[in-house]
Write a protein that binds this ligand. Structure first.
Ligand SMILES: [Zn+2]
Length: 71
């Protein structure tokens, strides 16, 4: 999986923020917007980095055959 790098230099220090129907990826360090993510990518980011939960996340997610249970 690719890394999420912010212009401030933070790597993989991200949080998800729902904005209406879209979900934005933001830097935890400086709060800068990094990119818009799809719901699927938001789920992957959530389970990978244990970021703040996005609404409508499933309780269980299967990625590449691995089952992730929401904590
Ligand atoms: Zn930043």
């Amino acid at each position: 999986m690719s890394d999420y790098t912010c212009k401030c230099g933070a790597v993989n220090e991200v949080e998800l923020q729902p904005k209406g129907t879209a979900t934005g990826l933001y830097c935890l360090k400086c709060g800068k917007w990094i990119k818009w993510v799809t719901k699927e990518e938001a789920n992957r980011i959530y389970f990978r980095f244990n970021t703040k939960p996005v609404s409508e996340l499933p309780n269980e997610l299967i990625i590449n055959g691995v089952v992730y249970i929401k904590k």
